[in-house]
Write a protein that binds this ligand. Sequence first.
Ligand code: PLP
Length: 403
Amino acid sequence: MRTATTPIEVAGRVNRFTYAIRNIVAEAQRVEAGGTRVRYLNIGDPVAFGFRTPPHLIEAVERAMRDGHNGYGPSAGIRVAREAVANEYTSRGFPVHPDRVVITAGTSEGIELALSAIVDLDGEVLVPMPTYPLYTAVLAKLGARALYYRTDPARGWLPDLEHMASLVTPATRALVIIDPNNPTGAVYPTATRRALLDLADRYGLAILADEVYGDLGYDGPLAPLGSVEPDAPIISFSSLSKAYLAPGWRTGWMAIGRSPRLDGVAAAVRKLADGRLCSTVPMEHAVAAALTGDRTHEPVFRAALKERAALTMERLGTMPGVSCVAPTAAFYAMPKIALPAGRTDEDYVLALLRATGVLCVYGSGFGMPPADGFLRIVFLAPPDELRDIYDLMADFTKEYLRA
Ligand SMILES: Cc1ncc(COP(=O)(O)O)c(C=O)c1O
């Protein structure tokens, strides 16, 4: 029986909700309290590493606040932002109507709205392995199930379509495609994209295209998945967080393709969006500024990422027992450590943190088998700092693998 002193119970769904990228910070703080400098390579925030939000975006937000845009806005987002998003997709080959755009609190809220609109209790969604962990966390919250499809490091981390097809059941509702990919940095060639769309078509699945890194291919922006097949039931997500260097604004969008098969989902998303009233209105005013204004920061950012990726590959390549597929977009690398028998990726990451202060995220936080020995590095730090970090990692790993 409950009494006045009984702790208030926590809902069971919270136990199923895990988010390794943030969870591991508690251990890092303990290490820091012990006097070791911690290098936080766990979270993909370019601003934390000195990249600056473009001034014209800040001005757009300031102006919006001064002009009194501080009340609630339309739940789908202000018209000018939705039009800018629709025009952006349309000009890149994926025709989208502004009424099919919802401005969201980052890609994250779009993902949650779309999954909530599509997936019932006990429903299933195909999710890449490794995955960005929000997908599995939201599915856990919804009482639904992630079906992990393999992506293969031996083939540049491309999806294993046969494995994917073998997982589908009548309860499977959607296919998540993260391209460019976090955590692997992979970009899918058109033939792979086409094969993924064919598979979704064969099984009648909605396609959730996470394109938050779409502008961050090292050799230039990538076409949206919807440009491959504009009539496929695709919902694309992106935001100001990565390519526009404003992750703290929590401002993003979802674009629902023109397929009539998505009409019900579009209505459902708008209904759910009504419940949270609107996203952050002053920041919505930066969306059109970002998509129609000066983008000269983008090639500069891409070049900085390309340089850091090359440095990362060069240094990882000299560490015995470490292998890594070269990323071609974004700011992540997913090396593999040839772990001694009985050790897990989490053992390695925690030992590296305690010994050197270098904080990465273990591959099992992204759904990889713990014994496979993967970890994710965020390589946004300046090259000189990265060199120091890789020195620490190399010395530590040599000792660790000798033990
Ligand atoms: C693949 C992927 N999707 C979504 C997000 C969430 O981004 P946002 O800040 O737009 O919510 C991230 C952030 O790291 C990500 O890597």
